[in-house]
Each structure stands twice: as C-alpha cells, then as structure tokens.
Design a protein around this ligand. Structure first.
Ligand code: DC
Length: 224
C-alpha cells in the first residue's frame, strides 16, 4: 500500500486531524495536514502585518515560504522558513483569519502543488477541504466526515481547553458556523464532497470507531 492516497475532507471540527493521523499510523502512510499549511501562511502574513485581503501579496508570500510538516512521537511539528509554529498556528486569532487567506486562488495553487509533491515519494492520508475534489481527485479512498455543529463545537472546545485557551461554547459554535459558510461558499475549491466520497457521520462514534470505519472502507476500495 506504499503509494496509496486516502483523502479525508469535511468541515471544521468533524474530527479529521485526529482520525487522519491514526489512519496514517495504522497504514504506515504519511499524514498530510493541509489546514496546517494554510494556517502557517496566515500566521506569517499576520506576523508581517500584510493585508490579508491582498491576493497578490498572499500568493507571493506562499511562493516565498518553505513549509515543512515533520512527523514526531509527540505529534507533528509545523515549520515555516525553519521556525516552529506548531502552537502559534492554533490560536483563535489565526483561526479567525485563515478562511480569508485560504480563499485566494493564488495561495491555493502554491499549496496544492506542494501537497502533491509531498505525496510523490510515499503514500499519504491527506485531510482538508478539497483533497478528494482538487488535490487528489484520483485517490482511490475518499471520505467525507460530517458532524452536527454543536458536537463539532464541543470537540473544538475540548482541544482548545487542553491547550489552555479559555472558550465560550456558543461563541465557538458561531465561529464554526461562520467558517463553514465561508469555506463552503468561496469561489475557489469550496468545501464539497467528491461524488465518489463515502460520507461518515461521526456524531454517534468515538474517534477509534471512525478510524476502524475508514480502514474498512480503505480495504474494500483497494481490494476492488
Ligand atoms: O482544518 P483546519 O481547521 O486546520 O483548516 C484551517 C482552514 O484552512 C479552514 O478554515 C479552511 C482552510 N483549508 C482549506 O481551505 N483547504 C484545505 N485543504 C485545508 C484547510
């Protein structure tokens, strides 16, 4: 299964990162967190005080930046131009701005190219919004994870609290709804299930159950 590509898409808080990482471990594939790449560019743009609505400036920034995703025992590290931004890209400020930066076609072009490059050497489990539709439309295994807005807000709250960020659940639910609307309605590569994606409703499932379900789907699709 060395060059297998598993594409996992879905809205914010559907549990993509947790399950994608575990599926990658189980299958011995690279885990590709594409949201982390959009977050890293957003972080850098904010650091430099650049106008986030300036498509050309954002695309140039993406072209000139070197993003690395480094797997490690205590989770993956995200580096931009050699600087470790693993924690910095998860702050509410970056989260608020990332939809705007990731909506620029020029930014997406650069990052999609980089994502494809990373999959050239080895198989990957990639998660994001456009993996099955744009990045790897040929992936034999495509999953679209869904969960209710309240359940997604609860999961995000747990993650943020564990990292020491205080949260207001209603505010978080509103923020998730806003980001969903933005990500789903943008002109370029909107969040959308590929026609051949298998939808998995994670509301009644634990992360481990979702992992098992994805492995079943992967086995069925790669046997065929
Ligand atoms: O999965 P995440 O919350 O880390 O993603 C951050 C943002 O990046 C999300 O609001 C939409 C965007 N994104 C995207 O447009 N395309 C992807 N493949 C991954 C993320």
């Amino acid at each position: 299964m060395s060059r297998l590509i598993v594409a996992i898409d879905g809205p914010a808080g559907a549990g993509k990162s947790t399950v994608a990482r575990r599926v990658a471990n189980r299958l011995g594939l690279l885990f590709l967190d594409t949201g982390a790449m959009y977050r890293a560019i957003t972080w850098k743009a904010m650091q430099q005080g650049l106008p986030l609505d300036d498509e050309e400036a954002m695309a140039r920034l993406a072209r000139e930046s070197r993003i690395e995703l480094i797997p490690g025992e205590n989770g993956d590290r995200v580096l931009i131009d050699g600087q470790d931004v693993t924690d910095a890209i998860r702050t509410p400020e970056v989260t608020r701005n990332v939809s705007q930066v990731s909506a620029h076609a020029g930014v997406r072009e650069v990052l999609v190219e980089r994502q494809r490059e990373l999959s050239k050497e080895e198989g990957v489990v990639a998660e994001g919004r456009d993996i099955g539709t744009v990045v790897f439309p040929q992936a034999p295994v495509k999953i679209f994870l869904v969960a209710s807005p309240m359940e997604r807000a609860r999961r995000r709250a747990k993650d943020l609290e564990a990292k020491g960020h205080p949260v207001d659940l209603d505010e978080l639910a509103a923020e998730i709804a806003r980001r969903d609307a933005y990500d789903s309605n943008r002109a370029v590569s909107p969040l959308k299930a590929a026609p051949d994606a298998v939808h998995v409703d994670t509301d009644p499932m634990t992360a481990d159950q979702v992992v098992e379900r994805i492995l079943e789907i992967a086995h069925a699709r790669t046997r065929a």
